[in-house]
Design a binder for this molecule. Sequence first.
Ligand code: AMP
Length: 416
Amino acid sequence: MLGEQASQRASLEARARSILESAGYERIETPAFEATELFARGVGESTDIVRKEMFTLQDQGGRSLTLRPEGTAPVCRAYVEHGMHKRRQPVKLWYLSSFFRHERAQAGRYRQFWQVGAESIGSEDPAVDAESIALLAALLAEAGVMGLRLRLSSLGSAHARGEYRERLQAHLRANEASLSHDVRSRIELNPLRAFDSDDADTQSVMRTAPLLLEHLDADDAEHFAQVRRLLDVAGVAYEIDPTLVRGLDYYTRTVFEFTSDELGAQSGVGGGGRYDGLIERLGGSPTPGMGWAAGIERIMLAGERSRIGASSEVAAHATVLAPVELFVALDGSREELRGAAFALLSEARSAGLSAQMDLGGRSLKGQLGHADALGARYVAIVGDEQTVLKDMQGGGQQTVAANTVVHAVLRSHHAL
Ligand code: AMP
């Protein structure tokens, strides 16, 4: 990374920090290498990363260590090791670090590269999924990434996937002669990856393959429907792609990927999903999680240079942790209310406010306690009949039309 790129990189980092810390994510930095076992177990033995792409070495004590190929397993290890389940859930963490994969280097694909990533651990609320995706959408939009597309799907939970896997394996075996060698060798180990194949004959077999999205159980289907509804209210555009399978084993339920038409063959800019079984696989108690990672070099390749470059004000603003200007609380649990609250959260963030909402299914009292602990300046309580805007410092409160909340907070902000 040289000269001009260094300043672009710095301002991209400042944008990421500003967007994620305003949304309540805290920075985490894990070591550059970890015990190989962490990735073998966490990322999965059947994945390309573990099978082919890890830089692994033995230290003087004979231990097997691996340069981190991805960030989710290390962050989850840290969550377990540091007892973060005792903190208010979900715990929201972000990182910007270098990663290492033994790959054939080409434009946009390097053996050492940088990722910005965000993980939200400890809640299975669909609003966690929607918030996480919306934040990456906001970051990529701010970075000026062009030709952006978001593909979305659900992989269901482990049990439903087991049944589907057998169905898919039967389809693959019935068409084995037409499959590429690579796909054929993975029918047992990782049949879902057949959807990713770029071999033409394999692709034609996959066109008639059964789709996991059509075999979700009722809970998983409802979870996915809620994620979609929340993305709709937040104005995040997406395409449902039932063939989207992410390369890592740990995903459950929501998966997504942003691509840019600007990038040619290496079109993936960033992606992620839910990993409800991962913490348990790493020795913690069953804990849901959701996260994503996006490639810094790819964002820079696909971004408009002028926009990434011109952001000194972001850099200055982002050096302090943003105080929470608006906390959106829910007086009730009806789904429409949650939709309205999420819409308000998105509107506040788009207007540049540091805003948060409850993602842990708390009572109204619990939510107000959370807002207080965060030092929130205002709380908007979204109810069936009305929205109340509470001034947490001045002490007053007033009933307002929901669509005037952001304006009211901004006005008081400017008056300070
Ligand atoms: P993954 O962890 O494979 O889902 O990758 C997430 C993002 O990291 C991708 O969308 C890319 O933007 C970026 N990425 C992954 N591998 C590489 C690589 N070898 N070189 C550069 N960027 C990469």
